[in-house]
Design a protein around this ligand. Structure first.
Ligand SMILES: [Fe+2]
Ligand SMILES: [Fe+2]
Length: 463
């Protein structure tokens, strides 16, 4: 794979028949990834575009159902370099297309969802593999002219581009956009309006919200039960664990650890109530708290004489590590990077950075908290290279239990994004191998590898 070529590509190719979905993807890819989005109505059209300009695209997004998926993936294989492709659909169509999808470390499949957070993290993971660099905003940015035709008056100054260095102002902020005018400006030859960079970001938000509303109204959304992203819901926990292929010993260890933490919590009425409320919600926040102890138990069984009490420390930490956060989306921020900084703004960012402390403050009210759990909670966002928060503890200083927790959580949140099929678990493990390769993190990662039987095409037993 030629990673360098992928880095230089600044476009994403979207393939799908739903125009509103295409518009949403286009705006979000621009906003969050600085990727221009080129839209193809079907796979034939997409193949043409790819063949003409194979180096233009750094990412393909294929919205199913659509015909020609197989042909499209075949053509991808013949290109001079591998382009990451994300197939997105409801479960029925994902299952159908599984047969076409070859093992491909740069491919991810996720369930179709209007939840951009889920799609965005899946794309982040894909792009992390090709290590795409941030693209700077140009002074003027283009948006599809048709978007503005939905509005009565222009909320921004709109320009047409006459040449590379000549822009002409055609609609002033607040003036009416009439179809006559658009004809007058011969928009057929100018499919884009250009906006100043500062207006552009606002415009992205504006259209995004508008189109999302339309999309919500017209697309029958799949309820969570049908979606593979909901694999950690309580009723599906058992299935998730089975699909991970953890040993019976690991499952029993996790269960008994969770039981003993429950027992301890029941003697703390107030917290028990708060905690039960928290855990019975069906969302990422509560579900990953339950999934982590199972993954850690799997890791623990691969380590000779791992003390049960250590698993309890991690189980406790798992249940409370994000209790200082109420916002679901915030809980899904694993590390701070430029994109996160741009999306969240400084006030929310500081809540995110401080939440390990907030969680520790809350559990101080409890009695019987296992020793070291506080430390794990405080360290749960630290990274091997010291880029984590709140303290920037690196691989030399991280505690062994914290390292296990961090590796397990990274694994759980990555498969939550991408789905628990063997190809994605494999790709996730490949990603993690690049991050956790030193000190206690490496030990933890090796334990995880053994626990989930990491290796191409045999990760998930019974499939
Ligand atoms: Fe978490
Ligand atoms: Fe957290």
């Amino acid at each position: 794979m030629d990673v360098r070529m992928a880095i230089m590509s600044t476009s994403a190719l979207f393939i799908g028949e739903n125009k509103n979905a295409a518009a949403v993807f286009s705006l979000l890819l621009e906003r969050d990834f600085g990727l221009d989005c080129v839209s193809a109505v079907n796979s034939k059209h997409a193949i043409e575009l790819l063949k003409n300009e194979p180096h233009a695209f750094g990412l393909c997004i294929f919205l199913l159902p659509a015909t020609g998926v197989k042909e499209f993936l075949e053509v991808l294989k013949t290109l001079p370099r591998q382009i990451p492709v994300m197939l997105t659909a409801d479960d029925a169509h994902l299952n159908h297309c599984t047969q076409f999808l070859p093992y491909h470390p740069l491919a991810a499949k996720i369930a179709y969802s209007v939840d951009w957070q889920i799609i965005s993290t899946a794309i982040t993971r894909l792009l992390r593999v090709v290590d795409r660099k941030e693209r700077k905003l140009a002074p003027f940015c283009a948006l599809d002219a048709n978007l503005f035709l939905r509005l009565e008056e222009s909320p921004y100054d709109l320009y047409l581009k006459l040449s590379d260095d000549k822009m002409v102002l055609v609609f002033r902020r607040g003036t009416n956009i009439l179809s006559d005018d658009t004809e007058k400006y011969q928009l057929k030859n100018h499919p884009h309006f250009y906006l100043k960079a500062q207006d552009y970001l606002q415009a992205l938000e504006l259209f995004l919200n508008k189109i999302k509303e339309t999309l919500k109204a017209e697309t029958p959304l799949h309820n969570d039960k049908l979606s593979s992203i909901a694999m950690f819901t309580h009723q599906n926990m058992r299935q998730m664990i089975q699909r991970l292929g953890l040993s019976d010993t690991a499952i029993e260890m996790a269960n008994s650890s969770i039981r003993s933490i429950h027992k301890m919590l029941n003697s703390n009425d107030k917290i028990a109530e708060h905690f039960t409320k928290f855990l019975t919600k069906k969302n990422y926040l509560s579900e990953h708290c339950l999934a982590i102890p199972f993954v850690v138990a799997g890791m623990a069984t691969t380590i000779t004489s791992f003390p049960a009490v250590d698993l309890e420390k991690i189980t406790f930490a798992s249940m409370f590590h994000d209790i200082g956060l109420e916002d679901l989306e915030m809980a899904q921020v694993r590390h701070i990077n430029d994109q996160v900084e741009r999306n969240w703004g400084s006030a929310k960012l500081s809540v995110i950075k401080q939440h390990p402390y907030a969680s520790v403050e809350l559990i101080k009210k409890l009695s019987g908290v296992p020793a070291d759990s506080e430390k794990i909670i405080l360290q749960h966002h630290e990274r091997p290279d010291g880029s984590g928060f709140p303290h920037g503890v690196d691989y030399k200083k991280i505690s062994p239990l914290s390292a296990m927790f961090i590796v397990a959580e990274e694994f759980v949140s990555s498969v939550y994004d991408s789905g628990l099929d063997k190809m994605n678990v494999d790709a996730v493990m490949d990603d993690l191998a690049l991050i956790f390769h030193k000190g206690n993190f490496l030990m933890a990662f090796k334990a995880l590898q053994t626990a989930v039987g990491h290796g191409p095409l045999q990760l998930i037993k019974g499939q």
